[in-house]
Design a protein around this ligand. Structure first.
Ligand code: ATP
Ligand code: MG
Length: 378
């Protein structure tokens, strides 16, 4: 099988690594340059989308911010999965919110803002504090504002008005600020026959709006809620592939924050911690193959490596410590790789996280430090 992935970043790279044992070959379409590249080496292997589409058995995507004309060409080929509708929902918060409402899935109260009058009406409807997010193009907490007091409304509106004017079809989605206890996410796959397999929930720690630490957790009551919401969303889209739902846990009740119609950063732990990793399961689903078991095989946590291109080599000598680099050029804050840490039981995982906290740079890995501090108060 030959799968063309729209996008040529780390997710396409890890799909390629997971697909090789099944003889599933990946090429990646770099949306920015228009080149077709090898997902591991980034070597150019072709030009232009048309030919790449022709050569592929299946087309899928590693991210949701794909130009709609590219999506349209892929859709016409009849080879694109999960569906262009799902990708568009992931890339436009207005469409996403409507989808969640239609699927009957709880999410934060919201309003769409196109003008100052809409903004005032949203403040009236939702109240302060409020989170404001650009409808298009947001990721890693970018394109967001927090309205904490009415006095800041004018200054925030000035920035949002600029954002709306800067691109076509842009708007702002205002959301109630959710006083969550923690953030969790559910990654799962839906096969072409409608079968669904979800992984255990991951608990996620964000620092400055960017995922820093994800740990697979055993929370049966939340898991059941999350699975029901996952099925409602996936079935409503007749989804095929891996899908991620991000949630706020508010006193044991889940609200969906957002959906990602693709393999997800909070599912990277499955490479070491699950029977079948999310990348393999995505490929199995889009290639029409049976899904692999999503069973947890080890306690696992994932630590994002942000803006760093070296790590102490002693990490490689640590049992259960697995480093995954993405082969990217170093830039401040950029997702450069991740570390999966595994253990036989949760106490041992905590011990290993404390060991890592002692070795890793405290500024670059704040979430690990924080977790270690909670486990071993000084
Ligand atoms: P990513 O693509 O990395 O998931 P994003 O830019 O799409 O991020 P969100 O997931 O919507 O953005 O928000 C980033 C983070 O901001 C959330 O993980 C959460 O910590 C916080 N946040 C977002 N919306 C709310 C809200 N309504 N109430 C409270 N906190 C929020
Ligand atoms: Mg998010």
């Amino acid at each position: 099988m030959h799968v063309l992935v729209l996008g040529s970043g780390q997710l396409a790279r890890m799909m390629s690594l997971a697909g090789a044992p099944l003889n599933i070959a990946i090429t990646a379409f770099d949306v920015t340059s228009g080149n077709v590249v090898h997902p591991l080496t980034q070597a150019v292997v072709g030009h232009g989308l048309e030919q790449a589409i022709e050569q592929a058995d299946v087309i899928t995507a590693e991210f949701e911010h794909i130009p709609h004309d590219v999506l349209a060409v892929c859709e016409r080929s009849g080879k694109f999965l999960p569906s262009t509708q799902a990708i568009k929902a992931g890339g436009d918060r207005r469409v996403e919110k409507a989808l969640l409402d239609n699927a009957g899935v709880r999410n934060a109260k919201y309003a769409v803002i196109n003008s100052r009058a809409d903004f005032d009406a949203a403040i009236e409807k939702i109240g302060i504090p409020m989170v404001l997010k650009s409808a298009l193009g947001g990721y890693d907490g970018k394109g967001q504002w927090r309205l904490k007091q009415a006095a800041d409304a004018d200054a925030i509106w000035a920035e949002m008005a600029q954002c709306i004017a800067a691109s076509d079809n842009q708007a702002i989605v205002a959301e109630q600020f959710v006083p969550f206890d923690r953030e969790v996410s559910l990654v799962g796959a839906r096969g072409s026959n409608g079968e669904i397999a979800v992984y255990p929930l991951a608990e996620n720690v964000h620092v400055n709006g960017v995922l820093s630490l994800s740990t697979a957790i055993d929370a049966p009551q939340l898991q059941e809620q999350a699975k029901q919401m996952f099925s409602a969303v996936a079935d409503s889209l007749d989804y095929v592939g891996v899908l991620a739902l991000e949630f706020f846990d508010v006193q044991g009740e889940l609200l969906v924050n957002e959906i990602a119609p693709r393999v997800h950063n909070s599912g990277h732990w499955t490479q070491q911690g699950a029977e079948t990793c999310q990348f393999e399961n995505h490929l199995r689903a889009v290639c029409g193959l049976p899904l692999g078991s999503t069973k947890l095989i080890r306690e696992t946590a994932m630590i994002n490596i942000l803006g760093e291109d070296t790590l102490p080599t002693q990490l490689l000598a640590m049992e259960g410590c697995h480093i995954h680099w993405y082969g990217k050029e170093k830039r401040p804050g950029r997702k450069m790789g991740h570390i999966n840490v595994t253990a036989d039981y949760s106490g041992e995982l905590q011990r290993k996280l404390c060991e890592l906290a002692a070795v890793l740079d405290a500024d670059a890995f704040p979430a690990v430090q924080e977790v270690a501090r909670q486990i071993q108060p000084q």
